[in-house]
Design a protein around this ligand. Structure first.
Ligand code: ADP
Length: 397
């Protein structure tokens, strides 16, 4: 069973082709196109590459195309991306303006090009379907809540990968197996008496931290939009809601300009004075730049804040996992985030931490009650897996 996973950016299309036949899970090839003006051309080029590379002889060989959409009104989980779902996504365009419009357009183009092939989307919100209601509500009037003003949580595919993989690494194949069936059987998150508690730190251009109980998300630092929680590369993270009307009144900026500032000029970039890549921030910090040093400290502070929140919710943790661009590659951040947590059971092994870059590795000391791990994430694989489960469930196999 060959499944193409397509990641659609506003001007890019990246793809990976997986063979998910039988018990196998193999990435066959990957590729991508930047500066995409017209999705139809990029889709044609993608299919041409798959054919000329000998990966498929014809697009009918693709069992499905899988996507990682963000948010749709009233819809989550792993679903067939039909017109009703796309329309529900369009209703959320203003919550996810950088994500929803390109996805809707791209899926429509794929569907038009391959009308017989199922288009399957795993919503980034899906991992939090079973999170307790109190973790996902803001204290706003009911009418606003009904309009969608609530915490949704994102990075679901990445945190789901960590949920499954960390369970395997901790010797809990029962939890990994349970986590794998979550979306298909809508089974809920209970697995009483065998609790496994994991805190997953996805630190990258966009960052989020999530608590995982028995393979299911119990909450996420990202909120109604993917702009909240930790500071991101150039996006704001958590902010007192009263700051927005205050800035608008003080500066005369309109909504569009405030939105632009929050999404393009804030986060690490805003704090550091223009540097949105943490590598640049750290280089400047090492040369004594006070703003860059502050940007680093703010990121670490927020990460610890959210880890603390989930330590309380989970009554401790069996493991803390670092993933994504920063989490996988930067020992300095991991060290700063875990520093002084020995009373909470977290002790890093400095040597293991310093050499763990981009590889799966345990980085906690042998006597650390809470294990710490670096686990490279694989969101595309999660999408391929869920698309396969969706198809099997639909055909009753
Ligand atoms: P996203 O898809 O959210 O952009 P990634 O998980 O690919 O994120 O992370 C990319 C980010 O990771 C880059 O913007 C860069 O800031 C950061 N990054 C990558 N390698 C390192 C490193 N060695 N040290 C610090 N930051 C890094």
């Amino acid at each position: 069973m060959k499944i193409l996973v397509a990641n659609l950016g506003s001007t890019s299309l990246k793809y990976r082709l997986f063979d998910c036949s039988g018990g196998e899970e193999r990435m066959l090839t990957r590729g991508g196109f930047e500066r995409v003006q017209e999705y139809s051309e990029a889709i044609d080029s993608c299919l041409d590459e798959l054919k000329s590379g000998g990966w498929i002889s014809d697009e009918s060989e693709l069992a499905a195309v899988g996507f990682k959409p963000i948010l749709a009104k009233g819809i989550t989980g792993c679903v067939l991306m039909d017109e009703a779902v796309l329309a529900a996504m369009e209703e959320c365009n203003c919550i996810a303006p950088a994500h929803n419009p390109p996805y809707v357009e791209g899926v429509r183009k794929f569907a038009g090009r391959m009308p017989e092939t199922p288009m399957i989307g795993l919503f980034e919100t899906a991992f939090y379907q079973w999170a307790p209601e109190e973790a996902m509500r803001y204290a706003v009037p009911e009418q606003w809540y009904e309009m969608g003003v609530r915490r949704w949580g994102y990075h679901g595919a990445s945190h789901k990968f960590i949920a499954e993989r960390s369970a395997e690494l901790l010797g809990r194949d029962d939890v990994a197996a349970r986590s794998r069936t979550l979306y298909v059987n809508n089974g809920g998150a209970e697995l009483r008496g065998t609790d496994l508690r994991v805190i997953s730190c996805h630190l990258g251009g966009s960052s989020s931290i999530t608590g995982i109980l028995n393979g299911a998300g119990i909450g996420n630092s990202l909120g109604m939009s993917p702009q909240s929680g930790l500071p991101h590369n150039n996006r704001v993270g958590d902010l007192d809601s009263f700051a927005v009307p205050f800035i608008m009144r003080r500066t005369g900026c309109d909504v569009a300009e405030v939105e632009r500032m929050l999404c393009k000029e804030s986060g690490l970039k805003g704090l550091s004075g223009g540097f949105n890549d943490l590598r640049d921030v750290l280089e400047r910090a090492a040369h004594g730049d006070a703003r860059a040093q502050l940007a680093f400290r703010v990121l670490v502070h927020h990460a610890r804040h959210w880890i603390g929140a989930f330590l309380a919710e989970l009554n401790g943790a069996d493991a803390i996992v670092f993933t994504a661009g920063i989490g996988e590659n930067n020992p300095q951040v991991r060290d700063a985030v875990c520093r002084g947590l020995d009373q909470l059971g977290v002790k890093l092994d400095a040597d293991a931490n310093s050499i763990a870059t981009g590889i799966e590795r345990k980085i906690s000391a042998a006597d650390s009650p809470v294990q710490a791990w670096v686990i490279p994430t694989n969101e595309e694989l999660v999408i391929a897996r869920e698309a396969k489960r969706f198809l099997e469930c639909r055909s009753g196999t």
